[in-house]
Write a protein that binds this ligand. Structure first.
Ligand SMILES: *[C@@H]1O[C@H](CO)[C@@H](O)[C@H](O)[C@H]1NC(C)=O
Ligand SMILES: *[C@@H]1O[C@H](CO)[C@@H](O)[C@H](O)[C@H]1NC(C)=O
Ligand SMILES: *[C@@H]1O[C@H](CO)[C@@H](O)[C@H](O)[C@H]1NC(C)=O
Ligand SMILES: *[C@@H]1O[C@H](CO)[C@@H](O)[C@H](O)[C@H]1NC(C)=O
Length: 369
């Protein structure tokens, strides 16, 4: 078995777990067939992130094509996903300083391929959100990492998928300078994180939507203008919002926020904290304002007062704002849609929770016409 181009030492290191697996033959699924990697390539991707526990049992499996497993490895999830024809992929995160060394890269990749094989998984989602400057060795090394990872996975695991997470825009967000076109060419597709779009606020320090409609679309237009095919882009939408404390809340619902700098910008969403959709849904009706719709940002928000008497403003995404973005996915022929993260909804038994959760999954489906 050729494990791509491995240095000999790495190969030796790999032998132990490989032998262990061969001797164990420990497929965790009820049928051996469920341990085979998924080979089918769907026309439309619904790429979801799962962060653990058992909420996956209530996901809408009629839609899911890939689960990026960012929680603890769950063989039960693996078998179930495979029974539904969905891939389960590893999380890939590595220090950029280390990957400048080609030998380190090769052994990192070999280790990931080996882990994926041992766990009967279908690929990897590379999630690196570190700073990279344009003329650094890391810039070149990152492209090489993606290329080598893809080559190695494709060679070693038939039908496997390698994807890479990028910010909502290619324009130097959070001081991340990547060779986007080369990275897109080097992997199966990019997952565009169309959220945290206030991570760097350069204008007035006020609370705003996590993923405003226009700002989100500008990001895709910029990726496509660079020459990246829409078929290489999966849109990531947020299933969480931001709760900001307002230093002042004006009549026009302008919520002034504390100045918390981030990577060179004077203000950022770090002034607030992230809240999952299920928590938002429990709070919105008892808030001071109830849900309101901001037309400029095409997003809902509400204001509430905390026990200490301070006003907060919460910005989030709901089926209405997500449907608008899903319509863009369809219209521009993007590869698919997904979310961070699938665990954010209320999967408990109540009929209201069930309805809200169904609507959120439903909003991912591009409408016909
Ligand atoms: C990006 O990578 C491609 C392919 O390796 C290369 O041709 C191109 O010059 C790179 N672009 C930049 C701006 O570094
Ligand atoms: C705070 O909000 C109030 C009420 O809208 C407004 O009258 C006042 O000018 C604001 N103060 C500051 C410092 O922006
Ligand atoms: C909140 O209000 C909306 C609209 O009036 C209603 O449909 C929903 O059931 C309410 N949610 C809760 C948790 O009471
Ligand atoms: C959003 O984009 C549309 C189309 O380009 C434009 O007409 C509209 O004014 C924009 N809205 C905002 C708030 O920027």
């Amino acid at each position: 078995m050729a494990l791509c181009d491995l240095p000999e030492l790495t190969l030796l290191l790999l032998l132990l777990p490989l032998l262990a697996r061969l001797s164990a033959g420990d497929c965790p699924c009820s049928e051996a067939a469920l341990c085979r990697p998924i080979r089918h390539h769907p026309d439309f991707e619904v790429f979801i992130f799962d962060v653990g526990q058992k909420t996956w049992k209530s996901y809408d499996w009629s839609q899911i094509t890939t689960v990026a497993a960012f929680g603890k490895y769950d063989p039960e999830l693996l078998c179930y996903a495979h029974s539904k024809g969905a891939r389960v992929v590893l999380k890939g995160d590595v220090s950029l300083k280390d990957i400048i060394d080609p030998t380190f890269r090769a052994s990192w990749i070999a280790q990931k391929v080996n882990l994926a094989k041992t766990q009967y998984m279908d690929g990897i989602n590379i999630d690196i959100e570190q700073e990279v400057s344009c003329s650094s060795p890391e810039y070149e090394a990152l492209t090489a990492l993606v290329k080598e990872t893809t080559e190695c996975f494709h060679l070693e695991i038939e039908g496997s998928q390698v994807t890479f997470d990028v910010a909502w825009s290619p324009k130097g967000i959070d001081k991340r300078c990547y060779n986007y076109t080369a990275i897109a060419d080097a992997c199966d597709f990019l997952f565009v994180m169309s959220y945290d779009e206030q991570s760097q606020i350069w204008s007035e320090c006020i609370a705003a939507a996590n993923a405003p409609y226009n700002q989100t679309l500008t990001g895709y237009a910029d990726y496509i203008k660079m020459g990246i095919s829409p078929k290489k882009l999966v849109m990531g939408v947020p299933w969480y919002g931001y709760d900001y404390i307002c230093l002042n809340l004006s009549k026009g619902d302008i919520c002034t926020i504390a100045k918390v700098p981030f990577r060179g910008a004077p203000c950022s969403d770090a002034a607030g904290h992230q809240v999952p959709y299920k928590v938002i849904m429990k709070q919105v009706n008892t808030s001071v304002s109830g849900s309101r719709w901001n037309k400029d940002q095409q997003a809902p928000y509400y204001n509430y007062k905390d026990p200490a008497g301070r006003f907060h403003q919460v910005w989030y995404d709901n089926p209405q704002s997500i449907s608008l973005k899903a319509a863009y996915v369809k219209h521009y022929g993007l590869r698919g849609i997904g979310m961070w993260n699938a665990n954010c909804l209320d999967y408990s038994d109540g009929s209201l929770a069930r309805e809200q959760t169904e609507e959120m999954w439903g909003a991912l489906k591009p409408r016909l016409g």
